[in-house]
Design a protein. Structure first.
Length: 181
C-alpha cells in the first residue's frame, strides 16, 4: 500500500517531468517557442542587433584592449583586436571614434600614460586605413577604474583603452574645437 508521502513524491516527480518536457497541462509549451534549449538558440536581447550598430561593434569585434603595467606598447592580442576593429570601422565609416585611455594606480603620471595608450591605439588604427579625422583621444588616468582593488590581476583590468563609437565630436575632440573657433 502506497503511503501519502510516496504519493506526494510520485506526483511531484511526474509534475517535474511534465514541466521539463515543456507540458503545461493546457497543450501549450512552458517555454517561448523561440527558445528550444539548443546551443544555437538566439540569446535573449541580441536577436535584433543590426549590422553596423554600436552593439554589433561591441559583440563582433570588442572595444577594449589591455596593456602591461607602465606600458603603452600594443601586444599581439591587442593588435588582433585592433585589426578586427579597423576592418569593422572601415566598413562602417559613418561612426566617429573616441578612444579613451585608462591606467591603474601604479606610477605617478597615469594621465600621460593613459594618453599614450589611447594615442597608440589611434595610430595603429590609422595604419590600418581608419581615417584619423574620425578619431580623437582622451586619457583619464585612474579616474574611471573598472575595479578598485589591490590584487595585481584585478588592477590589470584598469590598464586599458576603450574604443567608443560616436555620432558627433564631444568637447575633448580637437575637431570640435576647430569648428568652434
Amino acid at each position: 500500500m502506497i503511503g501519502i508521502r510516496q504519493t506526494i513524491a510520485v506526483t511531484g516527480l511526474v509534475a517535474l517531468g511534465l514541466l521539463a518536457a515543456g507540458c503545461t497541462g493546457s497543450g501549450g509549451s512552458a517555454f517561448s517557442s523561440a527558445v528550444t534549449g539548443a546551443t544555437d538558440d538566439p540569446a535573449t536581447g541580441f536577436a535584433k542587433i543590426s549590422g553596423g550598430s554600436e552593439e554589433d561593434f561591441i559583440l563582433s569585434v570588442g572595444r577594449r584592449v589591455y596593456f602591461s603595467a607602465g606600458s603603452a606598447n600594443l601586444n599581439d592580442v591587442a593588435r588582433e583586436t585592433l585589426d578586427l576593429q579597423a576592418a569593422w570601422l572601415n566598413k562602417h565609416p559613418r561612426w566617429l571614434i573616441k578612444i579613451q585611455g585608462h591606467a591603474d594606480d601604479r606610477g605617478s603620471d597615469n594621465v600621460a600614460l593613459s594618453d599614450q595608450r589611447a594615442e597608440a591605439v589611434r595610430d595603429y588604427l590609422a595604419t590600418k586605413g581608419v581615417n584619423p579625422q574620425r578619431m580623437w583621444v582622451q586619457g583619464y588616468g585612474t579616474k574611471r577604474k573598472v575595479r578598485d582593488c589591490a590584487e595585481v590581476s584585478c588592477k590589470a583590468q584598469n590598464r586599458r583603452v576603450v574604443v567608443n563609437l560616436r555620432t558627433r565630436f564631444d568637447d575633448a575632440a580637437p575637431q570640435a574645437k576647430a569648428t568652434q573657433g
